[in-house]
Design a binder for this molecule. Structure first.
Ligand code: SF4
Ligand code: SF4
Length: 317
């Protein structure tokens, strides 16, 4: 059986900042009920894909045809070394570098290859935000942190500026994971800081209000019909963010003390240090495609980014 030490060492060699393994089971009823209620209340906004494959979400062992036994959960920090100047239209720092799907998938394949070199019959499936899996729940179950009031996974060492990559395995491995105590305590900094009133209770976020949905996801997963007009009513003044939002994370004390990532892939695109609102509004499709070819920002589309920039200008006027 692969040991926990071996897996953690292979994960570090593959470039991850933290790693834990957990033997898979069905999701606990209370976690499932919480998720179902979130969907029933349409807090997932236009992200209809979250309604799909409920059986697999409820029991991630079904995510591999032959049955997954273990989840090796990895964290990759994106806490930036350098931030955008504050007077510029702001981009969430998860999007400063290259698309995290690209960055993490390769590392997960490298990790799987290292585990298979030790145990050749082992089969695996790599997941980066692309399957019906409660990644944050499983990361907490793997002992990597706890779920904060803003729904983010909070690591004691890395804070919440982390991407989660998951490697499902066909076999059991040694798991020494002990879920950590929730250390939010009486803190409500993230709830108070959110400009959209999007943070509800028990770690739930209403995506219809959240700027991360309204500046990114809505362009690929829009609300339809009546829902769209209700969401218009829910709009609040849009602060300086034009792609994503870090406000609740900036407020979290665990991020102040978190280590800063030095990963090449997460270094800020030089253009994000200088692009003004006027530059964004004058940008051509060719320039956008060239600058953001490997960036998550392309998900919002150029038209979407211009709409977001205009919204911040309206809010400031
Ligand atoms: S990302 Fe921004 S809008 Fe969304 S919950 Fe956090 S502070 Fe609120
Ligand atoms: S700001 Fe406070 S309540 Fe929110 S996640 Fe961080 S520690 Fe928890």
């Amino acid at each position: 059986m692969l040991t926990s030490d071996f897996i953690q060492s292979a994960a570090r060699s593959a470039g991850f900042d933290a790693c834990g393994a957990v033997v898979l089971s069905a999701l606990p009823d209370d976690v499932l009920r919480n998720f179902d209620e979130w969907i029933r209340r349409s807090y997932h906004a236009g992200m209809r894909y979250m309604e799909r494959h409920p059986q697999k979400r409820a029991d991630p062992r079904l995510l591999m045809k032959s049955g997954a036994r273990t989840a090796v959960v990895t964290l990759f920090s994106y806490k930036p070394q350098r931030r955008q100047p504050p007077h510029l239209p702001q981009v969430s720092c998860y999007a400063y570098g290259i698309d995290y799907h690209e960055a993490l998938k390769q590392k997960l394949w490298t990790l799987l290859a290292a585990l298979q070199a030790e145990q050749p019959a082992l089969r695996g499936r790599t997941l980066v935000d692309t399957a019906p899996l409660q990644e944050r729940y499983w990361a907490a179950a793997a002992g990597l942190g706890w779920l904060g009031k803003n729904g983010m996974l909070i690591s004691k060492e890395l804070g919440s500026y982390t991407f989660i990559g998951v490697l499902l395995l066909s076999d059991e491995v040694e798991s020494v994971a002990k879920p950590l105590k929730n250390r939010c305590g009486s803190c409500t900094r993230c709830v108070n800081a959110c400009p959209a009133g999007a943070i509800l209770d028990s770690g739930r976020v209403n995506a219809r209000r959240c700027l991360s949905y309204r500046t990114v996801e809505k362009y690929s997963n829009p609300l339809q019909g009546d829902e769209a007009s209700v969401a218009e009513d829910e709009k609040t003044a849009t602060p300086r963010y034009v792609f994503g939002c870090d406000i609740c994370q900036e407020a979290c004390p665990w991020n102040e003390r978190a280590k800063t990532a030095a990963h090449d892939e997460m270094q800020i695109l030089p253009q994000l240090l200088t692009l003004t609102a006027a530059d964004w509004l004058a940008m051509s499709a060719e320039e956008f495609d060239k600058i953001f070819e490997h960036s998550p920002i392309k998900r919002a589309t150029l038209q979407g980014m211009k709409e977001n920039v205009r919204a911040t200008e309206r809010a400031e006027s």
